[in-house]
Structures are given as C-alpha cells and as structure tokens.
Design a protein around this ligand. Sequence first.
Ligand code: 5GP
Ligand code: MN
Length: 336
Amino acid sequence: MLELASLKEFLAEPKQIVITTHPKPDGDAMGSSLGLYNYLILNGHQVNVITPTDYPTFLQWLPGNSDVIIYTEKSEQSQQLLASADLIFCLDFNSLVRINEMGHYMRNSKAKKVLIDHHLEPEGFEDYRLWSTGACATAQLVYEFIVNVMGDRHLLNKDIASCLYTGIMTDTGSFRFRSTTSNVHRIVADLIDCGADNTLIHQLVYDDFSENRLRFLGHCLLNKLEVLNEYNSAIIVITKQELEEYKISTGDTEGIVNYALSITGIRLAILIIERQDVVKLSIRSTGDFPANEICKKYFNGGGHRNAAGGFSNEKIETVREKFDLILPEYKSQLIQ
Ligand code: 5GP
Ligand code: MN
C-alpha cells in the first residue's frame, strides 16, 4: 500500500483519471463520484466517470452528470479508458467482483488504484486507500480527501458541494442514522457555505417521483408487506410482473424497505426483488442486529450492519422461504 499523502505529488501534473463506483449507483455513489470529478477537473486532469450500470433519474441533475459514461452502454470505450488511465478512483465499493465485468478490466489496467470507501472488509486490490467504516458516506471521505489530503478547501465550489451534500444526505437517511456525528454536521454546514442549496437538493432527490412510483409504493405497503411480529421482522417480496405492471425503473424501488422498518418494534426489514436475471435483496436493521451477516452468509452479499444487500440465483419463492429458516436462527437477537 502506498502513502495516501504521496497522491498530492502524483496529481501535481495533469493525469488521465477514471472514477468508478458500484452497479446501480445510489446517491452516495454518484454524489461522491461527481463531487470528486468536479474537483479533479479544476486541476486540469482529464477525468471520466464510468458507472457499471445506469442509475435513477433523481440523481441525473447532479453537476457533471452529462459526462458520465455507463459501462453497459459504452463498454468498448470504457475498457479503453480503463486501460489507458494513470489513476483509477474506486468509490463506495471495495471488491472488484462487485462491479461485474468491469472488475476484470480494472484488475488488468496498469493504472494505480485509489480506494475511497466506508464498507467493511476491503478486498485489498488498491494501491492507495482512504477507508473508514466510521464515515457516514463515501462523500464524507471525498470531502476529507479534498480538504485534508490535498489541502484544497479553497477549491470547494457549488458543484462539488452539491454533489457531496447529496452523498451525505442520502447515505445518512437525511442526517438521522447513527453515523451522523457532530463532525458530519460541520462538514455539511461547510458544504452549504460553499454553495450547496440544501432545500433544493432535498426536493430534487426526494420529491421527484412519478405517479406510478407512488402508486407502486402504495401497492407494496397495502398488498405486499408481510409483518412477522414473532420475529420483529417485515418482508416485502416484489415480482418481475409487478415491476413491469407499474413500469418501475432504476431507483424506483429505493427506500421502500425503510417503510417496513418504520413500524414500531420492527428490527429487521427485508425487501426481495425479482430482477431480470437475479433476485436482489435489500436488508435493513436497527441497533446491533447484523443485516450484513445474513447477506454475507446466505446471499453472496454484505454491506453495513444496518443496511446490507445481496443476491440469489434461486427462484424468488425459494428466497422468501429461506427466511422461514433464517429468522428462527436469529430469533433471540430479534426479540431482545
Ligand atoms: P441497497 O439495499 O441500498 O441496495 O444496499 C445497501 C448496502 O448493502 C449497500 O450500501 C452495500 O453496502 C450493500 N450491498 C447491496 N448489494 C450488495 C451486494 O450484492 N454485495 C455486497 N457485497 N454488498 C451489497
Ligand atoms: Mn455509501
């Protein structure tokens, strides 16, 4: 592992840089990537943000969005950019298998890799690391990179601040998760001072739903929510047919799992979605309950203690039935 501080010297000359993040990028993935992008272009670097897949429309207002390359849409160009880069920043993920096919081209690239991330157990593919599970968002670490590592607080502008604000806002559940320390509030205050319009950003991210999206949410809560009081758990299972019926697109299912967790006494909320060729799981928990452990043990996944995910190649009914065995295993922790 190289000394992170030496990056300052490396970046003193214009470089070819790729920034990438995890598939189906969320607010933190896009906010941290575009925050870093808007910072690096100020220093004359040639910078490309490549996402493994598409992402929700409610993130497409972010400054720099029009320059983002989506790997699945431009794979050859992406592969060339990865091969010719001097430096690749990997944001908000920590294992190359997580980024699908792109991981192969990353591994083979001669570029030095910089990991900026807050997830547990990094694989260790990187040359430089700015990693802290204590960080509320990768966007917080990007802020610290710009301010503390690069010493460029004076370069924070409205574009950078808006992107980083979005990352912190979305990954902290609007500043309410335990990770939202007083220091995070100080950083957020600084981002507002640098031009982030907090009221507008909340509107752009949270109040820009299609009618379908809202009716779909109603359907999930009314017809699909299964509350298992015996285990202080709630499960929502969504089939491919339902996604098609309500014309649900990328990002429209985000946040649904949190409604299940908002019921008094519920400690574990599970969202199971039948995607095109895989069943995806989103699991949320409260307190000490390890959602990531279930994802790691049973669903090829991982994540944070209170917010984790994974996938399964089994049928959706089989995935749901697995919880009839998993929940009893964790009963003592769930009913504490
Ligand atoms: P979400 O439920 O919002 O898709 O994901 C919540 C968190 O779970 C993410 O921030 C990420 O840390 C983790 N996560 C989601 N899907 C996967 C996956 O397939 N593999 C791994 N390792 N982590 C995941
Ligand atoms: Mn994150």
